[in-house]
Write a protein that binds this ligand. Structure first.
Ligand code: FES
Length: 125
């Protein structure tokens, strides 16, 4: 099994057992977003405390890439300062999933859905 297979297995595993999955009753920031290319949906919830992401959850439906990306992305932003979240780039997110999507703009959109949801959530407050 090479590295590529290991990462594909890792993505499938996160799809089956997503991290930080669920809803949050009293989120400080919340946004819903659809992927217009497929109609899949993500909802992101952020709880803040003392200017830091104290908890983050996501729900919704999507492909393995979007669900794995949301799992990894939520883990990545947990504990970060709210003020630093705006500096997270698409490249930062793509590094988390470790799959080259540069030739697949459709899948790129799937992977970046959680980042877009976070930006929408922060802008809505
Ligand atoms: Fe819908 Fe990826 S195909 S989110």
């Amino acid at each position: 099994m090479d590295d590529k297979d290991i990462y594909q297995e890792f993505i499938i595993e996160l799809y089956k057992k997503p991290l930080n999955h669920g809803r949050m009753a009293k989120a400080d920031y919340r946004a819903e977003l659809d992927n217009p290319t497929c109609g899949d949906h993500i909802e992101l919830f952020i709880k803040a405390k003392n200017g830091v992401v104290a908890d983050v959850k996501f729900s919704g439906s999507g492909c393995a890439i979007s669900q794995a990306s949301a799992s990894l992305f939520t883990g990545y932003i947990k504990g970060k300062k709210l003020a630093s979240l705006g500096k997270i780039t698409p490249d930062d997110v793509l590094k988390l999933i470790k799959i080259d999507l540069s030739r697949n703009p459709g899948r790129m959109r799937c992977a970046l859905l959680p980042l877009e949801a976070m930006k929408k959530a922060l802008a809505g407050k």
